[in-house]
Ligand binder design. Structure first.
Ligand SMILES: [Ca+2]
Length: 585
């Protein structure tokens, strides 16, 4: 395969250059460390202007590396975005979407039957051909059934879980989510791996940091190049932090989680420096989708989907409103929290349903951008992004390259001296020319919801072909993905089609997508002309994958994961009843 040929070429080059220096180094391609946050927003880091400036390590990483302010997730939701990162392909191509409804977000709660298809080539599978050892720490989210296990898709090690850390469940209607070490479960959330929903205390980030440190030390001792995919989830609801970090932030519990992650990343980068491998390690930090700006009837309700088949219940007094404070410019999400009157109504009948009654705000900042997670406005998909590779990527630089999480696939292969697979469409670009030579490459950013192309950005122009936040039905129940940001004709609660005459914004002058260009202007017509041609080309050649997120079945939940026998934690699955998943937004 092309990848192998490229590896050979890289190794040959190294041998030649080592020979030229008169040394006999075993060829070792650079290590790759991808730090993927969960629901962290563009505006959450000090270096991006977050006013409380509580991310000294990430700010330092940016000062020593390169900032990408125009960097995008591949989807406004976890699973599709993560599938895109690891395959370099839009979720529409890999099947990480649903066709059950028009323009619906879908992901992998534990009743989903599908997952990452075997036919996809994941980054660790390809890196293995160049001798890399790969580990995933944290959330996988590409399917939890046996055939989707990360160790069947190229990873050598895993510590983490297949799904979000929602719960606790009663292990009767729904099992608690398992935590795996490699092939087998070693416990479940809320059991062996406690998360205290009342206090927000959980030790998981500390465990994930230690897993990263141990893996790096182990690979360095074995002189093997490594790929570490560090996918921590403390900033995803229900947000958590360990005791020393709880209460340490000016931003509430979400800020505590950010501070703990920031401190952990500082430890990891320091270890690379202490081991003397920083200059041979490519590190990239970003997030899987925008911050969740949610007001909801019950805080902590799984608004990733509100769960297949479960719409949020009646509005309750426990409403949490996360409002953009208009007088503070972009920079700060203020929170107004109405204290729940009834905190004693735990529910366990849907993914992510958790006891109500928390009063701490949860959720990050999308800076100047419109709306958040679940939407195809900028707040849903524009992400913080930092590249760090001392001695290679120049320090203190800002690249205005339009980047995508899918580029991490292609760029990582390039770092390893590999070519991307040539037998399929790859959407990720190699960003090394942008990072090492300061080049800018023209490329579109596509924003999908399900299999519907909602919007496209090309250069400074973004065209919306469809607008939708969520349904009136959900909105009237208190679910709002754009709280405090009602923009007439833009943040619509009915699905509005603009395919003939898209809404076009200039993101440089109007990052908040508030002022559509006049359709009569030359600027509009020029932008439309260029965007139309890119979209036509994209759609003419697009081959959608078989949708993976259409079918749900209570029987496939994490009742009896591998290893449950040893722990005495196997549960009896219910009768198998495949159903069409219901994705409400
Ligand atoms: Ca996420």
């Amino acid at each position: 395969m092309a990848a192998v040929a490229a590896a050979t070429r890289w190794q040959l080059l190294l041998v030649l250059s080592a020979a030229g220096l008169g040394v006999t180094l075993a060829p070792q391609p650079p290590n790759i460390l991808l730090l993927l946050m969960d629901d962290m927003g563009w505006g959450d880091l000090g270096v991006y202007g977050e006013p409380s400036r509580e991310t000294p390590n990430l700010d330092q990483m940016a000062a020593e590396g390169m900032l990408f302010p125009n960097f995008y997730a591949a989807n406004p939701l976890c699973s599709p975005s993560r599938a895109a990162l690891l395959t370099g392909r839009l979720p529409i191509r890999t099947g990480f979407y649903t066709s059950n409804g028009h323009a619906r977000n879908a992901y992998t709660p534990q009743e989903v039957v599908g997952g990452i298809p075997d036919s996809e080539h994941l980054l660790p599978e390809l890196l293995r051909t160049a001798g890399y050892a790969s580990k995933i720490v944290g959330k996988w989210h590409l399917g939890h059934r046996p055939q989707f296990h990360p160790l069947k898709h190229g990873f050598d090690e895993w510590f983490g879980s297949p799904n979000c850390h929602f719960g606790p469940y009663d292990n009767k209607a729904r099992p608690n989510i398992p935590v795996y070490r490699d092939w087998e479960m070693v416990g479940r959330y809320y059991e062996e791996f406690p998360i205290n929903l009342r206090t927000g205390e959980a030790n998981l980030t500390q465990i994930y940091v230690q897993e990263a440190l141990d893996f790096i030390k182990g690979q360095q001792a074995a002189r093997r190049p490594f790929f570490l995919y560090w996918a921590v989830d403390a900033t995803h609801a229900p947000v958590y932090a360990s005791r020393p970090f709880l209460g340490s932030s000016q931003r509430g519990r979400y800020g505590d989680a950010v501070r703990e992650i920031d401190a952990g990343i500082g430890r990891v980068l320091r270890l690379l420096q202490d081991l003397g491998v920083a200059e041979n390690t490519f590190v990239f930090f970003t997030s899987d989708n925008g911050a969740a700006l949610i007001s909801a009837p019950k805080q902590g309700l799984d608004l990733t989907t509100a769960a297949p088949g479960h719409l949020p219940g009646e509005p309750s007094p426990g409403v949490v409103n996360l409002n953009l404070r208009p007088d503070s410019g972009w920079s700060f999400i203020s929170t107004t929290v109405s204290v729940p009157q009834n905190s004693s109504s735990p529910t366990s009948d849907g993914p992510g349903r958790e006891p109500g009654g928390q009063t701490c705000p949860e959720g990050g900042s999308n800076g100047p951008f419109l709306c958040g997670k679940q939407t195809t406005f900028e707040g849903g998909m524009r992400e913080p992004a930092i590249a760090w590779w001392p001695g290679r990527i120049p320090a203190g630089q800002v690249s205005h390259q339009l980047g995508s999480i899918m580029d991490l696939f292609t760029t990582s292969l390039s770092v390893a001296g590999l070519e991307p697979p040539s037998d399929r469409a790859i959407d990720g670009l190699d960003l090394l020319p942008a990072m090492l030579q300061g080049r800018l490459m023209d490329r579109p950013i596509f924003y999908y919801r399900g299999n519907t192309l909602m919007a496209v950005t090309l250069g400074q122009y973004k065209a919306h072909f469809w607008t939708w936040t969520n349904s009136w039905e959900e909105f009237r129940q208190g679910v709002d993905f754009c709280p405090g940001q009602n923009i007439s004709g833009v943040t619509t609660h009915t699905q509005e089609e603009h395919t003939k005459l898209p809404l076009i914004f200039h993101l440089g002058r109007d990052p908040g997508e508030r002022y559509p260009l006049s359709v009569a202007s030359t600027e509009y017509l020029d932008a439309l002309h260029r965007i139309t041609s890119v979209v036509q080309q994209h759609q003419e050649t697009l081959v959608p994958g078989q949708p993976q997120l259409n079918v749900c079945n209570q029987a496939v939940m994490n009742w009896a994961p591998p290893g449950c026998e040893k722990l005495g934690k196997c549960l009896e699955p219910p009768e198998s009843v495949p159903e069409k998943c219901s994705w409400p937004h």
